[in-house]
Write a protein that binds this ligand. Structure first.
Ligand code: DGL
Length: 269
């Protein structure tokens, strides 16, 4: 493996760009190859078998692009497909998910707080966050809830208005989350509404999103493997999608700070 090889990142769609953007800021010398599986979005309520199948196809594409590391920038694929994918990738690249770095961060920083988690139905039903936290702190109190409307709400641009406030309130105001000190945003779309969620809790709850935490984890991992790119090579970052419409182009800008061009690929022939 060589530090100049690109870093592969994929998500069910464009939410993973929040993580890609954090990586770009922290590691500007890395060349990114991103894949958003917009043809199959959302993964939140697909079967585990489908998510594994899609993730393997995308991973094969990223391996063909010679990626040294592949980041599963989707909580749903991390929850439902990570162990099969790890077997599939073997030692051809380093595979990183978005859940483990967040679990490590939270148990270190908030070992005795009541912790809430929101995510897609698949992520929440898999219990990956509570299991991961309780494996490290068996007495931890972890409560979780699926919030399936948040992904389409964000994609449709309902971010700072009555609709988004009503949906956020309806998920977070019940008994489940009473007394939490920390809320994990277990979906790579949710950093877009982080401030509204902090505001909902009157800024009394630590709201944790994966973007910056995962970017730091990726940096440490590359460093420990001597795979951190020391200088920027001339090849461009690439952002691929499995289905393209102008709508995806607009949504892409919302999730990534810089302007990006989406390139359509056909992974499914
Ligand atoms: N970005 C995905 C995640 O982090 C959510 C979107 C979807 O349901 O595909 O779970």
């Amino acid at each position: 493996m060589d530090p100049n090889q690109p870093l592969g990142i994929f998500d069910s769609g464009l939410g993973g760009l929040t993580v890609a953007s954090a990586i770009k800021h922290l590691l500007p010398n890395e060349r990114i190859i991103y894949v958003g599986d917009t043809a199959h979005l959302p993964y939140g309520d697909k079967s585990a078998a489908s998510i594994v199948h899609y993730s393997e196809k995308i991973t094969d594409f990223l391996l063909r692009k010679n990626c040294k590391t592949i980041l599963v920038a989707c909580n749903t694929a991390s929850a439902r497909a990570y162990s099969q994918l790890a077997g599939h990738v073997g030692n051809k690249a380093t595979l990183i998910d978005v859940i483990e770095p967040v679990v490590n961060f939270v148990v270190q920083k908030y070992p005795s707080s009541k912790i809430g988690v929101i995510g897609t139905k698949n992520t929440i039903d898999s219990n990956t966050y509570p299991y991961g936290i309780k494996e490290k702190i068996p007495s931890a109190e972890v409560v979780s809830m699926a919030a399936p409307l948040l992904v389409p709400m964000i994609e449709e641009g309902f971010i700072y208005d009555d609709i988004s406030n009503a949906i956020i309130r309806s998920y977070l105001s019940g008994e489940t989350f009473r007394g939490i000190k920390v809320l994990i945003l277990g979906c790579t779309h949710y950093p877009i509404i982080k401030n509204q969620i902090r505001k909902f809790f009157d800024f009394n709850v630590e709201v944790i999103d994966s973007a910056a935490i995962v970017a730091r984890y990726v940096k440490d991992k590359l460093e420990s493997q001597n795979l951190l790119s020391g200088k920027r090579n001339n090849a461009e970052d690439m952002f691929y999608v499995s289905d393209y419409t102008d709508y995806f182009g607009k949504v892409g800008q919302m999730f990534f700070d810089d302007k990006i061009n989406l390139t359509k690929i056909d992974l499914w022939k």
